[in-house]
Ligand binder design. Structure first.
Ligand code: ATP
Length: 333
């Protein structure tokens, strides 16, 4: 499942950002370990992982703010470190940690200031359009000091969009927001590909961004544990587990029938048996087996694995970070 992306020739244009075997270590602490992923153009890609998984460090490496220990980054057709890498960086908008807002300027002035910094001139139509996009047109001439956290995050995103970047990198834009603020950020991100902007967004909460994302890259302890669409990530994760519920007066007979047939009862919750049968045994077989012992199950079903369950499972399966930071890790380059 979730094979790493196939390497593409350097400078390919169908992915604005490709990462191959990226690593970062601080002393013995491996923070990002052999990370590979590719961001398809005009999609929203979520970089998801628990606190400390290496999301911010990865984003900082993409932006040239942290130097990788090893691996390659290709950004808008340029490879990290090559002479014209800076040209690519100029076509990327980013919001890492706090939004880059000047509190003494109004929202409009913040955008005008950013336009001057990016292109040396201000396009008032673009500023108006961005204010509308992030739903701040009514408050455009107020200073952000009085804004809610959600409004500040939206202004921050508008600032990253000045100059129509091809790629925006947003580090935890939903952090600290209430549910309605998170929904607004999700909607906003979902709209960006329509105007030709690819989005890489990080979060430690899958639910926060998942609905806006076309693809997910799930990180734990600096490693990719899964990547792809939601269905890619879920495929193959449905366990062959059945929940069989019987009547109060049937539990003893049901338990005896199941154990006589050599079936493993993983757990019993009240009158429900959680069974993990061999792959060739299905719900009808279980029904037939129980009926032959005079047990008529009121329900036999296979629980559906949610993406949240799969995420937690994938993250839990990762080795302890303490085992991860050994001197035998591959050497820094
Ligand atoms: N400059 C640094 N020096 C040493 N260790 C660092 C440095 N920067 C980050 N780390 C460590 O790298 C690990 C990953 O940090 P990072 O901020 O990339 O994770 P994250 O996934 O963004 O987490 P969070 O959701 O908490 O922001 C952490 O254990 C952190 O302490």
């Amino acid at each position: 499942m979730n094979a790493p992306p196939q390497p593409r020739p350097s400078g390919s244009t169908d992915s604005p950002c490709e990462v191959r075997h990226l690593s970062k270590r601080y002393g013995e602490h491996v923070v990002v370990d052999d990370l590979s992923f590719s961001i398809p153009r005009n999609q929203v890609v979520g970089l998801i992982g628990p606190n400390g998984a290496g999301k911010t460090t990865t984003m900082k490496m993409l932006l040239g703010l942290v130097r990788p220990t090893g691996g390659d980054i290709s950004l808008l057709g340029r490879t990290i470190g090559e002479p014209r890498w800076g040209d690519a960086l100029r076509r990327v908008g980013s919001m890492i940690e706090a939004p880059p807002i000047y509190d003494r300027l109004t929202a409009r002035q913040n955008l005008q200031y950013q336009a001057l910094a990016v292109s040396g001139s201000v396009d008032d139509d673009e500023v108006d359009e961005l204010l509308r996009l992030v739903d701040l047109a009514d408050r455009a001439d107020d200073r952000p000091r009085g804004y809610s956290l959600g409004m500040r995050q939206r202004l921050g995103i508008a600032i990253t969009l000045v100059g129509s970047p091809e790629l925006v990198i947003l580090d935890e834009p939903g952090n600290g927001l209430d549910p309605s603020g998170i929904i607004e950020i999700r909607r906003l991100m979902g709209r960006l590909p329509e105007s030709g902007t690819t989005v890489l967004v990080s979060s430690h909460q899958l639910a926060e961004v998942q609905q806006a994302c076309d693809q997910l890259v799930i990180l734990a302890n600096g490693r990719t544990v899964a990547q792809g669409t939601t269905s890619d990530i879920l495929s193959g994760r449905s366990q062959h587990v059945f929940h069989v519920t019987v009547g109060d007066d049937e539990t003893v007979r049901a338990g005896a029938a199941l154990s006589a047939a050599g079936l493993v009862v993983v757990e019993r919750i009240g009158t429900t048996f959680v069974i993990e049968p061999p792959p060739e045994v299905g719900g009808r077989d279980l029904n037939r087996l129980l009926a032959s012992s005079d047990v008529f199950a009121s329900s036999i079903n296979q629980p559906v694995v949610s993406l949240e369950d799969a995420f937690l499972d994938l993250v839990r399966q990762q080795p302890d970070p303490a085992q991860h930071d050994t001197p035998t890790q591959k050497a820094a380059s």
